[in-house]
Design a binder for this molecule. Structure first.
Ligand code: 2IT
Length: 445
């Protein structure tokens, strides 16, 4: 029999100073411990110890030259967490906050998320503490080239397929893929999120935001409700927020906020025109990591140094970074009448804020379910690359939509309580876990 406290104490002892990893594991173990203890095969094969230990971790030096001719040194990583279901798959994050513990938490989450998509993908994550803010195009190119010179030793289209995450978009994927190809002389689906002209899937850039909105659409329908007319607060202004605002508009909802490290934009008329969406892309491409110019450009309100969670809304979609919404924010949101929370960033809500929402029976879509659309379309990109064909945007979108509906339904199946309230956190964790755990058991040790 597993006991939560002793298992977690042991995990903390073996993974010191990695609070995000511990947080991510604790949430999963709390959800699945009864399922595990009900199945002797899980207990005597030590499934929990095995599923929380990454298969392997690479850490490497990345040297590159800045525009002043000075040598800079960053640390690069790839965490290959679990490949029971398929080749390792997961994004690369270039951000000053990146540490090994961050990437272990993200790789762990990715394993269950990828399982939920039902596509054959294991879980991984990688990246660097390289901070793209303020870097020139040439500096980014030189960094990507050096990073891939090391990373290419460990990846391959059947082994490990990276993609983008924070700080890594189509431009960076291009530079990374170019260097992989230069060294290995092969054109394969070794990385996803490629440009649409050279093997990238249509709808991949939009996929995480679209998927989150499809997931939200299923959540509201399950509550005999509709997205039509809903007021939404979104954080972030990157690729994920961009996809989400576009799909929200298409489905009749109104997004009134986006945010950056400098504060948030409050646009009461709604972020619902192609000009505004295109401007978000320009802002991101500028590498300044500020959102205020959006407010200046469209003459709407800018609230400096604050998060958008103080704005009264029906739904919130954290789309920026882990632990960006805390217990205080959760209390404010609830007092202001929030009806749904869709965690679109990975572990965007702190543990206590998640518990608060669940205790108050707010439908809460956890990141590993709600944001799985991105990696799902990455999986579809791998399929297209392997078949040497391109699907139309409609074909990809239909598949994405059906995957998100499926994930929602799996959460309902595994997460519905006696009172009818759907605990999507529990549902996603149980559904994601069972597939990975059963595959591990069937494959032996
Ligand atoms: O967090 C994520 O799921 C991603 N960054 C996307 C990973 C992928 O392989 O597309």
């Amino acid at each position: 029999m597993y006991k939560l406290d002793s298992f977690m104490a042991d995990l903390e002892r073996r993974n010191p100073a990695e609070p995000e990893f511990i947080q991510a594991v604790r949430e999963v173990i709390e959800s699945i411990i009864d399922v595990v203890n009900d199945n002797p095969a899980y207990i005597h094969t030590k499934i929990l110890e095995r599923i929380t230990e990454p298969d392997r971790i690479f850490s490497f030096k990345v040297e590159w030259e800045d525009d002043n001719g000075e040598i800079q040194i960053n640390r690069g990583y790839r965490v290959q967490f679990n490949n029971a279901l398929g080749p390792y798959k997961g994004g690369l994050r270039f951000h000053s906050s990146v540490s090994l513990g961050t990437l272990k938490f993200l790789g762990f989450e990715q394993t269950f998320k990828n399982s939920l998509t039902t596509l054959p993908m294991g879980g991984a994550k990688g990246g660097s503490d390289f901070n793209p803010k303020g870097k020139s195009e040439n500096e980014i190119l030189r960094f990507c080239r050096s990073y891939m010179t090391e990373l290419q030793k460990y990846i391959g289209p059947q082994t490990d397929v990276p993609a983008g995450d924070m700080g890594v978009g189509t431009r960076e994927i291009g530079y990374l893929y170019g260097q992989y190809k230069r060294i290995n002389s092969e054109n394969t689906g070794v990385i996803t999120g490629k440009g649409r002209g050279w093997g990238g899937s249509l709808v991949r850039p939009e996929a995480t935001g679209f998927g989150a909105m499809y997931f939200a659409d299923e959540m509201v329908k399950a509550n005999n409700d509709t997205l039509e007319g809903k007021r939404i607060a979104i954080s972030g202004f990157g690729n994920v927020a961009w996809g989400a605002v576009m799909k929200a508009s298409a489905l009749g909802a109104k997004v009134v906020t986006i945010s950056g490290p400098d504060g948030y934009v409050l646009d009461e008329s709604g972020i619902n025109t192609p000009e505004k969406w295109d401007y978000m892309l320009q802002l991101r491409a500028s590498n300044n990591d500020v959102v205020k110019p959006f407010a200046d450009r469209f003459k709407v309100q800018f609230v400096p140094k604050k998060k958008p969670w103080e704005v009264p809304v029906d739904m919130v979609f954290p789309c920026a970074i882990q632990n960006e919404l805390n217990l205080e924010d959760a209390k404010t949101l609830l007092a202001n009448g929030v009806k749904y929370v869709i965690e679109t960033s990975n572990m965007g809500c702190t543990a206590d804020s998640t518990i608060f929402f669940l205790e108050h029976k707010i439908p809460f879509g956890p990141g590993k379910a709600a944001n799985a659309g991105g990696v799902a379309v990455s999986g579809l990109e791998m399929t297209q690359n392997a078949m040497m064909i391109n699907w139309t945007a409609e074909e990809v979108d239909v598949k994405l939509h059906s995957i998100m509906k499926n994930i929602h339904d799996s959460c309902v199946t595994e997460g519905t309580g006696k009172d009818g309230y759907v605990n999507y956190v529990k549902g996603a964790n149980i559904a994601g876990f069972k597939k990975v755990a059963n595959a591990m058991l069937e494959q032996g040790y």
